[in-house]
Design a protein around this ligand. Structure first.
Ligand code: ADE
Length: 237
């Protein structure tokens, strides 16, 4: 039996997944969740709320709960997936394309005043949290098996507690972190999963280009972007 935890920062990011049916909703605080167990896979789906603090708290809560509560039949977690939308930093990405983070970083972590590399949390050895290569390969294989009209790119995803909608911020993230895309939670999920030695996957659909048009295109496109992503994540599982 596999155990997979899926987390979206917003309800809209997981709604197309759970509307597929077969889930039981558990209305518990602080994180209500959906659960499904078909005998092969134990699936738990939840919403963290927006931002790195919310995501860190949610991931740690579920890792501890799943590993210790009799409510779950399997206590070891095979994969934690963060799915949702992102802004494109790379000019090669268009709305609807999908980005897989092979490494995650926090573009707003800055202890440079004490001599540390930009983006480095001094309690860690690297700016980047790396995704297992076998997890990235699983997504590539799933993508290859689908008939799609969007591009899949693998590379760095940069997270921060900021909605990026200016040329200056976008250039800052590109030049300092060589990131393909930006969002607000993935790196905190990667950090907490790494602390717990749990494999993770951050996979995001591009909703906007993180520029002056981003607020408008984000609202227009976010639900559409999630539809392709949901199909791909289902294939991965
Ligand atoms: N999520 C989707 N678009 C984003 C953007 N432009 N900045 C941060 N997070 C996002």
């Amino acid at each position: 039996m596999k155990t997979i935890l899926i987390i979206g920062a917003m309800e809209e990011e997981i709604t197309p997944f759970v509307s597929g049916g077969g889930f039981e909703k558990r209305d518990v605080v602080p994180f209500p969740y959906y659960a499904k167990n078909d005998g092969e896979t134990q699936l738990i789906i939840t919403v963290s709320k927006v931002g790195k603090v919310a995501m860190a708290s949610c991931v740690q809560h579920f890792i501890t709960l799943i590993e210790s509560s009799p409510e779950f039949s399997e206590h070891s977690i095979d994969l934690v997936i963060n799915m949702g939308v992102a802004g494109a930093i790379s000019s090669k990405l268009d709305q609807g394309d999908i980005v897989v983070g092979d490494r995650l970083c926090q573009h707003d972590m800055d202890v440079a005043g004490l001599g540390y590399e930009l983006g480095l949390n001094p309690d860690y050895e690297s700016v980047y949290f790396e995704t297992k290569a076998s997890v990235v390969d699983m997504v590539k294989n799933a993508y290859d098996s689908l008939d799609t009209d969007y591009t899949l790119m693998v590379g760095t995803i940069a997270s921060g507690d900021q909605f990026i909608s200016s040329k200056e911020k976008k250039e800052f993230i590109e030049s300092n972190f060589d990131a393909l895309a930006c969002e607000m939670e993935g790196a905190s999920l990667a950090q907490v999963c790494s602390d717990n030695s749990v494999p993770f996957l951050v996979i995001r659909a591009i909703s906007d280009k993180a520029d002056g048009e981003a607020p408008l295109s984000y609202n227009d496109f976010k639900e559409k972007a999630i539809v392709n992503l949901t199909e791909l994540v289902k294939k991965v599982i």
